[in-house]
Ligand binder design. Sequence first.
Ligand SMILES: Nc1ncnc2c1ncn2[C@@H]1O[C@H](COP(=O)(O)OP(=O)(O)OP(=O)(O)O)[C@@H](O)[C@H]1O
Ligand SMILES: [Mg+2]
Length: 367
Amino acid sequence: MYFKEIELRNFRNYIHCVQSFHEKVNIITGDNGNGKTNLAEALYMMCLARSFRTSREKEMIRFGESFAFIRTVFSRDDRSLRAELKLSQTGKEILINGVKRKRSDLPLYINIVVFSPDDMKIVKEDPDKRRRFINRELCQIRPVYYEALYRYTKVLEQRNSLLREERIPSMMMDIWDEELAAYGAKLILERNAFLERLDKISGEIHRAITNGKETLKIEYEADILPQPDEASQKAVFLKALKENSEKERIRRITLAGPHKDDMKLSINGIDVRRFGSQGQQRTAALSLKLAEIRLISEETGELPVLILDDVLSELDQKRQDFLIGYLKDVQIFLTATEVKESLLERIGAYYLYHVDKGVISLLSEKK
Ligand SMILES: Nc1ncnc2c1ncn2[C@@H]1O[C@H](COP(=O)(O)OP(=O)(O)OP(=O)(O)O)[C@@H](O)[C@H]1O
Ligand SMILES: [Mg+2]
């Protein structure tokens, strides 16, 4: 799929903007703080109805305004479609071709892989960064996951607030346990299947980037071990909750569950989370992102859009070339404060834009 056009109203520092895009490469330049990442964020909102950099949604509404609006025309299956999202103080409204839809419907139409400096750190940083990576990808390809994650997070919050109370009615706790285990079981099984596939695909890509020198392996470090089916998964989860109940009353927080999961990345048998060099971590992050693109396209039959927000300069020329060569058919949005002429020469066709205080203009194009 690819974006043909976007319209923004009161979105961050954009007052009003309508911009059409190149089917392949769109390069957005501009000084710091002018709206490059804001544009990337607006595009990403049309995929998961959430930002890749904040969980405080109202932040995206332009200061002093009451709503933000994003409309996009995109192509999928050779059809031209329209998606609209209105963000107000009271919530979000999503329309596809004028019909009201749920947020979890968006990734049935629009898929995006974003690669930002934050993702570059995914290998080294805390497990929550890796869980967020898993969540973002699974929400796009598995609507059941999107739903289960949303519910699990809500139930977890409620269960934690119950644990903070002085007296905990056991009937209430039983209800939350049941729900947490039911949604949690789905998450564990989906993650298990996803990480197995991700392991295979990213392993191949990583070998190609390193000319066969490095073998990347991904393993699911599940807090509650995966079981063969949902019923037994739920039973094992419930058992863990019961076993932890004494400790939880002292610590006043839910101790077991997929909110504690991690994924292990190793290169040639060595844990890169702890021992990987900076270059190895970057290459591993790149392999993961490229694997995501392939996984999404295998799952949905359409290539996702790739957003490279400020990351190209962090990759050396060899990796940049691998990336550009690998992504010939993918629509790319690439942001940077400046681009080198040598990079432009290596890209076949593109539009080059400049953004200045929330105003985008087309600088040049190569067809
Ligand atoms: N809700 C908002 N209303 C108005 N302006 C906002 C809002 N949120 C952020 N901004 C402005 O948007 C600008 C940041 O935009 P953005 O993050 O897109 O910059 P950038 O071009 O990606 O910069 P950098 O090169 O530093 O990454 C800041 O100037 C900030 O004040
Ligand atoms: Mg930025």
